[in-house]
Design a protein around this ligand. Structure first.
Ligand code: NAI
Length: 459
């Protein structure tokens, strides 16, 4: 079966870039990305490509090439479902904030709403592809809804989890380590294989059963996050023993069984996926009474939370045990460089901790707007929105953020921070001038040479 029309429900960080690349590489397939969020769709359609709702290096070029040719963004979900042969579901699957499984289980209400809408609208057979990250065996629920509420048409369900990393989404999509497709129907699998074969070598397209595919995505994120927490746990040990975590990472990373990637100590991982997916894995293990398995993976989160608290507390302790009324500049708010995504960013939690101590925080991030920063803090509900606006100032110029502050905290590894005129900054800062480098971005000897007191994780 040759796919001619694809619809993707959800125009977020995954749906937008993934479908843009599918459209770019399959000029004969019409790809429509739909979303309920009108502002988001308007931004995807903005003639000015710098206004796309997702910032990713290279994405403007891909969208510019395909949009209007065979790539469309729309809010007309029904029409797009009706027309498509293949429908990707790429809506958000956040951690539940209510009821059973609150704080751990994935909230599948958006997925279910999509399934019901597809079932209600579809008048011809469809292949439905789970692109969102889902708990293992979700396809079963999807199938049941589609088959029992539909118009008697056939639905085939595939699982096709996305492994792109934000900040490198376009290169990851152009050159994936692997594409994973889980399913039961050979023809449906082959139809999706053909879409990817337009640019991905066949031997990098793996096919499995549905449940292995669903579970593999959770496991991949759990393993990646576990490496971060593992090296972060060692960073604390390094600080008390005189070892240097970068040297330890290098020494163990040379072992080909361990490998060098993802061994960088930091203030902790963030992003919308790692924590949510591990919590989900923990919840699933608990629901099958696998207590040892659940406890094992939960430690990855516990350690990550510890690392953020530790970073904030070190700032307070170093600033003579009080930050009340002191000005602390935050360089970076995004959860990693080269993205405007702030979900679960370590910066949010470090700021929250310092604000509890009545610090004044001045934030500069090259891609995150002020409204988003306030929204992130307000969402925590720790203090009133007015309080957050009283204590936190967001500026558009890094030198303005840094002028006259007691300390600088680096929360995101944006490259541009390295090239600032740190000599000039030092002149304006309070003395002693402290730098807390949560990303180990700056060069210690250079910064200390300028007279700063420099703290980097794991040293
Ligand atoms: P997102 O929140 O950026 O985008 C989801 C979009 O779906 C939103 O714009 C929302 O308005 C829309 N939506 C929700 N319900 C809808 C409905 N019924 N009809 C139409 N639109 C609807 O989320 P993101 O980051 O794109 O994640 C999507 C899924 O992909 C999640 O399951 C996530 O775990 C997974 N994922 C995310 C990765 C990432 O780096 N962000 C990487 C790999 C997987």
């Amino acid at each position: 079966m040759q796919i001619k029309k694809i619809t993707c429900i959800g125009a977020g960080y995954v749906g937008g870039p993934t479908m843009s690349v599918i459209a770019q590489k399959n000029p004969n397939v019409q790809v429509t990305v739909v979303d309920l969020n009108e502002a988001r769709i308007a931004a995807w359609n903005d003639a000015d490509l710098s206004k796309l709702p997702v910032y990713e290096p290279g994405l403007d070029g891909v969208v510019g090439e395909a949009r209007g040719r065979n790539l469309f963004f729309s809010t007309d979900v029904d029409k797009a479902i009706h027309e498509a042969d293949m429908i990707f579901i790429s809506v958000n699957t956040p951690t539940k904030t209510y009821g059973k499984g609150k704080g751990q289980a994935a909230d599948l209400k958006f997925i279910e709403l999509c399934a019901r809408q597809i079932a209600a609208v579809a008048k011809s057979d469809k292949i439905v592809v789970e692109k969102s990250t889902l708990p293992v065996r979700t396809a079963e629920a999807l199938k049941s809804i589609l088959d029992n509420t539909g118009n008697g048409v056939n639905f085939h369900i595939l699982s096709n989890p996305e492994f792109l990393a934000e900040g490198t989404a376009v290169t990851d999509l152009h050159n994936p380590d692997r594409v994973l497709i889980g399913g039961e129907d050979a023809d449906a699998i082959e139809a999706l294989v053909q879409v990817y074969e337009a640019w991905v070598p066949r031997d990098r397209i793996l096919t499995t059963n549905l449940w292995s595919s669903e579970l593999s995505k959770l496991v991949a994120n759990a393993f990646l996050a576990q490496r971060v927490s593992s090296i972060n746990s060692i960073s604390e040990l390094c600080e008390v023993t005189g070892a240097n975590v970068d040297e330890v990472s290098r020494a163990i990373g040379y072992d080909s069984r361990i490998g060098a990637k993802f061994l960088k100590a930091s203030v902790g991982f963030g992003g919308s996926c790692f924590q949510k997916d591990i919590l989900n894995l923990v919840y699933i293990a608990r629901s099958y009474n696998l207590k040892a398995v659940a406890d094992y993976w939960e430690q990855v989160i516990i350690l990550n939370d510890h690392q953020k608290v530790r970073f904030a507390e070190n700032i307070i302790k170093t600033l003579y045990n009080t930050v009340n009324g002191k000005n602390i500049a935050f360089l970076g708010w995004a959860f990693k460089k080269d993205t405007n995504d702030t979900r679960e960013s370590a910066a949010i939690y470090v700021a929250d901790h310092l604000l509890d101590e009545e610090a004044n925080v001045i934030v500069y991030d090259p891609k995150v707007p002020a409204e988003q920063i306030y929204r992130d803090l307000d969402y925590l509900g720790t203090r009133s929105p007015e309080e957050n606006r009283r204590l936190v100032k967001v500026v558009n110029d890094p030198y303005e953020a840094l002028a006259g502050v007691h300390a600088v905290a680096i929360l995101t590894e944006w490259e541009e921070f390295k090239s600032y005129d740190w000599e000039k900054i030092k002149e304006t800062m309070k003395k002693p001038s402290f730098v807390f480098d949560g990303r180990k971005l700056l060069n210690r000897s250079k910064i200390e040479g300028l007279g700063y007191v420099y703290y980097a994780i794991g040293e």
